[in-house]
Ligand binder design. Structure first.
Ligand code: ZN
Length: 489
């Protein structure tokens, strides 16, 4: 049983698909820049959902769009002295690089808004014919007052909003609208902007209508799950519902799932606060992609994710342990790759181990089935990784290590289960960084020698010692003239 928190009902509900293929739509990125940690958080969460549905024997069709026409793209094109298409193409390539590095499965389909202009125009025409849309001087607007259900996803009271916003009617765009809440379905082209032909003249689509048209074209009138960040609930998803349900006369999505935002050291991550981290920057700074993936999964997808050095460090340590366990076969030099046919394992023991592991798999599925409790699923992974990691360490330390056949069976079965379950979370083995063999006492002696050399103004020797330690994976940090600390890198 899979239970998911549905923003529409504000309740945790048992997931029941419409038919044998689960239809999922996820709002994609506006391709004007590199992706940041917020995108990583969102797409990792949905990747786990998709992988878990597949693991639970569902067939899934997963669609995620690219918004490739938008004010931000046009602004970027101007800044870079290039075209809207060039900016979009470049950022779509970069998007794939980032998502691939994080082990996020590529969607089954990735429609682009500019390839759906015809569908978008037909969609707007239906809304016009049904009386939900009106055109004004080349613009087309959606009339929210025509829709009694408007506000059902975000709990907005449109009447109250209208009173609050009366004062804002003064601006030029609003003066064309019947009501300030009405939103643009089609925007008349400005002088130097790229445009598309339409029944209302040259222009381009509004952002919300793109998704409504692409959902309909790719997946049909009603889909199972609609995904996005919680910042999209209003107005984007509210408007998608208003457009689609008015045009199709059917419910747009049965389940609406939204992920929480990312905070950096207690503050909301934003460009204006300059605490903005792109996925690229984070990986370049030495955080491995799987550390990032693991870190994101330590917190429930609906809660805010606090990005702090400390949280990242502890995620890194924990992931290292799992990674060592995933490298079990290499670390034990394949000595335990398989069980020799001549080696006999006690049946009772065999059954006991298989039962224990099947219980762990069950608990793992229960955790993810409980509104994607990734932290709970990770706890099971950790449990499986522990004996493998401990054994690998022991094996490496003791020459000619002998192992009993039952333990060998236990470790191999544990390893198989670990591989199976980490795959569901999208965690993949990374190349192990060799731990520095140098002992702490040796480091202290060398640091003292270097301090002495510096006092004697023998900087060549001081640099030699620094470089020697660097080769052994030790980075020195000079706190003051007398105090030097170090870290393993
Ligand atoms: Zn959307």
């Amino acid at each position: 049983m899979i239970k998911l928190f549905n923003t529409l009902s504000k309740k945790v509900e048992v997931f029941k698909p419409i038919d044998d293929v689960v239809k999922i739509y996820c709002c994609g990125v506006t391709v004007y820049d590199l992706c940041h940690l917020g995108h990583a958080r969102s797409y990792i969460a949905w990747d786990v959902l998709r992988r878990f549905l597949i693991y639970s024997d569902f067939k899934v069709k997963y669609v995620q769009n690219f918004t490739d026409i938008d004010d931000k793209i046009l602004k970027r094109a101007k800044e870079e002295n290039s075209s809207m298409k060039e900016v979009s193409e470049k950022n779509i390539i970069e998007f794939h690089k980032d998502m691939d590095s994080l082990g996020i499965m590529r969607p089954d389909s990735m429609p682009r808004a500019t390839n759906h202009i015809c569908n978008i125009c037909s969609f707007i025409t239906i809304l016009e014919d049904k009386g939900y849309a009106y055109s004004r001087d080349g613009d087309v607007y959606y009339s929210v007052f025509k829709n009694k259900n408007y506000g059902k996803l975000s709990n907005q009271n449109i009447q109250e909003q209208n009173i609050n916003q009366q004062g804002r009617m003064a601006n030029e765009e609003n003066s064309k609208k019947l009501n300030p809440q009405d939103f643009a379905l089609w925007k008349k082209a400005k002088d130097d902007e790229p445009f598309f032909d339409s029944p209302w003249g040259k222009g381009r689509p509004g952002w919300h209508i793109e998704c409504s048209a692409m959902v309909k074209d790719e997946l049909g009138d009603t889909i199972d799950i609609h995904l996005g960040g919680s910042d999209l609930i209003f107005p984007h998803h509210e408007n998608e519902i208003a457009q689609s349900e008015a045009a199709n006369g059917k419910k747009l999505a049965n389940y609406w799932l939204h992920n929480g935002m990312v905070n950096v050291n207690g503050q909301k991550m934003s460009k204006s606060l300059k605490n903005f981290k792109t996925i690229r920057e984070l990986i370049k700074s030495g955080i491995s992609p799987m550390t990032l993936r693991y870190f994101v999964m330590t917190v429930n997808y609906r809660k805010p994710l606090d990005f702090t050095e400390e949280a990242l460090r502890s995620a890194s340590e924990a992931w290292k342990n799992i990674n060592v366990a995933l490298s079990f076969l290499e670390l034990t030099k394949d000595a335990f790759k398989s069980i020799d046919k001549n080696e006999s394992i006690e049946n009772e023991y065999k059954e006991k181990i298989c039962f224990e592991l099947s219980q762990k798999k069950l608990k793992f599925s229960e955790a993810l089935g409980n509104d994607l409790n990734t932290a709970g699923a990770i706890a099971i992974i950790y449990d499986l990784a522990k004996p493998l990691k401990n054994f690998s360490n022991q094996f490496q330390r003791v020459e000619g290590f002998k192992i009993d056949i039952n333990e060998k069976f236990f470790l191999l079965e544990n390893f198989k289960t670990l591989e199976e379950l980490t795959e569901v979370l999208g965690l993949k083995k990374e190349v192990l960084v060799k731990e520095s063999k140098i002992k702490e006492e040796e480091i202290s002696i060398l640091i003292n020698e270097r301090l002495k050399a510096k006092k004697e103004k023998n900087y060549t020797k001081a640099d030699e010692i620094r470089n020697l330690l660097k080769e052994k994976g030790i980075e020195l940090i000079d706190q003051s003239k007398e105090i030097t600390t170090w870290i393993r890198v």
